[in-house]
Design a protein around this ligand. Structure first.
Ligand code: IPE
Ligand code: IPE
Ligand code: MG
Length: 234
């Protein structure tokens, strides 16, 4: 595929871990563990494909109300992943974390900050992880930040525009999303990158996340390359 037809920013909703486990009579947390392995494989595949930005939806704000045992297992998995971060630096990849990160234990937050700092000057792909992320809460947070910054009046040189607003989102500095891939069979966005994916193409597959492979990713990108993006024009 020519690079011209490659999306610059891909969002991936990694759904279906629980059902994958259920089908095998396993506890849900083993589905998440398998999903974590696939996440690592797909990050590699994205790097090999020369993608520039990939945002993985790993935990939504809504997911934090799942049973404590499941949420704890997920937090533990993220924490373990953060211990292997050197791998990313070796691949010249930048790591970024978006979402309500204060939800995580202080030690985990520190690992996230350290990983971002350690990989900040890498020049390859940006691998962004959305954790305790919600599109609506991101927008509310941006609005309240703008209000508090301008509590004493808006400076005459500042104007509220789409571009300026985007600078208050977690994804500050990242381009809009071109393609959202969702595994697991549901056809919805579940509060993912509402602002950033306003004009994205959507690709839905019934494949459960732990069964998702490089070939499935290639199929999604091939499908995207065939789309005619008009952005409301002719
Ligand atoms: C996606 O898999 C991972 C997270 C939401 C954390 P699910 O846990 O939603 O799996 P299903 O949808 O129940 O199969
Ligand atoms: C979306 O999946 C969130 C993540 C994959 C992290 P969910 O399984 O939480 O979404 P719903 O409940 O089907 O909308
Ligand atoms: Mg799900």
């Amino acid at each position: 595929m020519s690079n011209a037809k490659l999306p610059v920013h891909v969002g991936i909703i990694m759904d279906g871990n629980g059902r994958w486990a259920k089908k095998r009579g396993l506890p849900r947390k083993l589905g998440h563990r398998e999903g974590g392995k696939v996440f690592r494989k797909i990050v590699e595949a994205c790097i090999d494909l020369d993608l520039q930005y990939v945002t993985f939806y790993a935990l939504s704000t809504e997911n934090t109300s799942r049973p404590k045992e499941e949420v704890e297992a997920l937090v533990k998995l993220f924490d373990e992943y953060l211990d292997d971060i050197r791998e990313m630096s070796d691949k010249n990849t930048r790591l970024r974390f978006i979402g309500g990160l204060e939800f995580f234990p202080k030690t985990t937050c520190k690992k996230m900050q350290d990983a971002e700092t350690a990989t900040a000057s890498n020049t390859g792909m940006t691998c962004c992880l959305a954790l305790n992320y919600g599109g609506r809460s991101e927008i509310i947070r941006a609005v309240s930040q703008i209000i508090s910054e301008h509590a004493t009046g808006i400076s005459p040189t500042w104007e509220l525009s789409e571009e300026n607003f985007a600078n208050y989102l977690y994804t500050r500095g990242m381009p809009n999303v071109d393609l959202v891939i969702r595994t697991g069979g549901e056809r919805r966005i579940s509060n993912f990158l509402l602002w950033q994916a306003a004009y994205a193409e959507y690709y839905f597959t019934d494949v459960l996340w732990p069964d998702f492979g490089k070939e499935n990713l290639a199929t999604a990108l091939g499908d995207y390359a065939e789309r005619n993006r008009r952005f409301g024009g002719l």
